[in-house]
Structure formats: C-alpha cells, structure tokens
Design a protein around this ligand. Sequence first.
Ligand code: UD1
Length: 424
Amino acid sequence: MDYLQIEPNQKPKGKVRISGAKNAALPLLACTILSKNKISIKNLPDVTDINTMLKLLGILGATYSKKPHHIDIDSSTINSTKATYDIVKTMRASILTLGPLLSRFNHCEVSLPGGCAIGSRPVDIHLSALEQMGADIDIKDGYIYATTKDGLKGATIIFDKITVTGSENIIMAACLAYGKSTLINVAKEPEVVQLCEVLQTAGVDIEGIGTDRLTIIGTQQKLLNMKAFEVIPDRIEAGTYLCVGAITNTKMTVTNINASHLEAVLRKFGEMGFGIEIEENSITIYPTKEVLPVHITTTEYPGFPTDMQAQFMAVATQADGTSVIDERLFENRYMHVAELNRMGANIKVVGTVATIENAPHKLTGTKVMATDLRASSCLILCALVASSPTTIDRIYHLDRGYEKLEEKFKKINITIKRKKIDTK
Ligand code: UD1
C-alpha cells in the first residue's frame, strides 16, 4: 500500500492548474446512459472515482475510448442493468446509475451503497422519489430492485432534504419519463446545474435551472441526442490549493477555475484576513499580517461546502485565536480531528461543533491516517507547517479525488513523496 511522506516547513511558489470537477463528471458520465449517440467529454479529471464510474459503465455495456482528460463514450450499447456490490462498495456515486437505468430499461438492480467513513448516508430520498414516479422498489440481499411497468411517470416531488446525488438521480430519471415532473427543494450545486444544462442541450425541456424548483418534460423514453461538452472546474480542488497558500501564509494562484462557484469559500478566506484577487481565469490568495480565527457552518450550495470543512480546520490551527466550525451535513465528518490532535492541534468536538482552541497550534509531523477524501487533504495541509516530517497512510482516499497530487505540488515547489510500504 502507498503512503505519502511530506517534509516539514514547505511553502508554495507559483500556480496550480485545476482539473475538471469529479462531482460534476460522475453524474455527467451516468447521464450518457440516456443518450442514443456517442459523446465527446473534455476536461475529465484523471482520478480513480472517474475510472470506477467508467468501469461500471463498461460492465453495463458502454464502450469508450480515452485520451488524457478526454473521452468519447457510447452508452447506447448498454445491455446489462446490474450495478454490483463489488463496484458500488468502492464508490457510493455508483448510485447515480439507478435513475438513468430505470428510466431507460424499466428495470435495474443496483447494490445499496451502505455506510461510509463520513456517516450512514442513506438513499431513502432517491428511492422515495422514484416510487412517486411509479417505480416498484424492492430491497433484497443488499440490492435495490427497481421496476416500472411502462416507464416512469412525471410527478411533483418535494425533496425532504436537499441531496446532491438524489437530485441528480431524479433529474436524470425525469428526462425519459412520461409527462411533466416538478422537482422542489432541488440541490443547486454547480455540478447539478451543469447536469441540467447538458440535458437541456440534449433536447430535454428543463426550466428553473440553478433554482431549487425544476420542471422537466420527459421524452417518453425517447433517448437523447447528447452533444459534446467540457466538465466544469473542480471548486473543491481549487479551494484546497488556496488553503495551501492560506496555511503557509504565502501567495498562491489557482488557474482554470470558475470563481463564482467559490464565493462562500473566498468570503471565509477574506474573514481570516487573506487578500484575494480574482482574474478572468485565476484566483490568487495573498498572505496576511495576522491570520484571524473564523466561524464556519457547512450548508448546501451556495453556502459553505462540507467538502472544504476539513481543509479550513487545518488552516484554523494556524489562526490567532479560537475558531468554531459547525458541520451540519454529515454526522461523522470529524474523523480528521483525532489525527490533527495527534499532530499537536487542540480541537474539541461536541455534537456537530468543533472548536479549534487557542490557536495557533505548533504542529509536529507524525504518522497519520487518511480517513476520507477531504480529510486526507487536510492532513497534507498540516504537514506543510509541521516542524518535522509527516507520513500519511491510506492515501487511496486522496487518489479518488485529487488528480496527480505529487506532480501538482511539485510544480509549486512542494515535495511530496509517494512510497510503498515494504511488506518484506
Ligand atoms: C454529494 C457529494 C459530496 C458532498 C455532498 C454534500 C458527489 C458525488 N458527492 O454527496 O462530495 O460532500 O454531496 O455536498 O457529488 N441524505 C438522506 N437521504 C438520502 C440522501 C441524502 O438522508 O436519500 C442526507 C445525507 O445523509 C446527508 C445529506 O442528506 O446528511 C446531504 O447528502 P447528499 O447531498 O445526498 O450527499 P451526496 O449526494 O451523497
């Protein structure tokens, strides 16, 4: 198994080019199931979650040819409707095949994703919405068996909670349904917006894009004519590299970004005292004389993203005073706290609230363990300001969502070495 070794006291210099957004690309790949033609997708990130989705689509019968950051995919050839446990267990987002498979084929079997490191993460809202569209759902032996007699029916669905993949699944299902669907309390994340835009360009009548209320006129199972598109930039990767500048209190630039997707994050950098400069295709963070403590509550977009919570906690360990973070979306998303405390931080968690007390904390490097994708990047951030070397185990979490990590860090003058545990 690989681990990362990070030398202490490293400062960035230069620019990082941000990759395509994993969380946009995943539903966009799943939505090719609705298409009758081959599609060319650009700015596809080279991360393991994307390869897992491609593997799943391949098993279902899709064909594709891949070049760096570019794929031509034909899902019209799909002839299987079973997403098996061995794939779904490695990536929860496999659930995104449920809506498109059911709406196209009238039946499918998708393994239940089960729990994950950051909480129980049920899919009850996805299933209830499909039932409201006329699906019969049976849960047996860990699988969701979904069927419809003559296709899904348009329906008015009010999501009990805002769910990103839940909204995406039902948007895709509604595209091939019979009749009009009105979806209320839909997620407004940029990734959901891009999915809607791509589906609209493919001929689906969708209104309300970017709001929490969508109306979609289904095509009565007529497959779509999808056009070529480019995946939006990854706002979480961009935010993470800006945190590299913040935690080291050094100038740092990210390019190939959409700054409007990062408003809540940039606001928090500002509240901490950092200067932010936005140009057409770049954001630069500037050092500050005094790093101020911060108060953050994670919420749905356009609020502060839960996927940036761990990284800001890392930065808060270097602020001058006590910061408070309230994690509202996932009940177990503080697994990194124990590791940060092992590095010398002083963070207390009560319920959903983490208090980063009496910072700045003097961090020392040690052997730590990555627990989920974003928690892993917060360990790298802390390692950069630690006074001794850090090693991070279980880095497969990082490879799920950060493209060419060591290469990108090398470009900004930071050495991160990937090593193999010697099992001899
Ligand atoms: C997506 C993102 C993930 C991000 C999260 C929140 C992808 C592939 N992943 O995950 O990176 O952290 O949004 O922004 O896009 N819930 C239910 N029942 C459901 C569905 C969700 O109770 O059927 C709850 C969840 O447990 C959680 C909340 O709703 O507490 C939001 O989760 P959701 O938006 O669904 O997260 P994901 O789509 O899984």
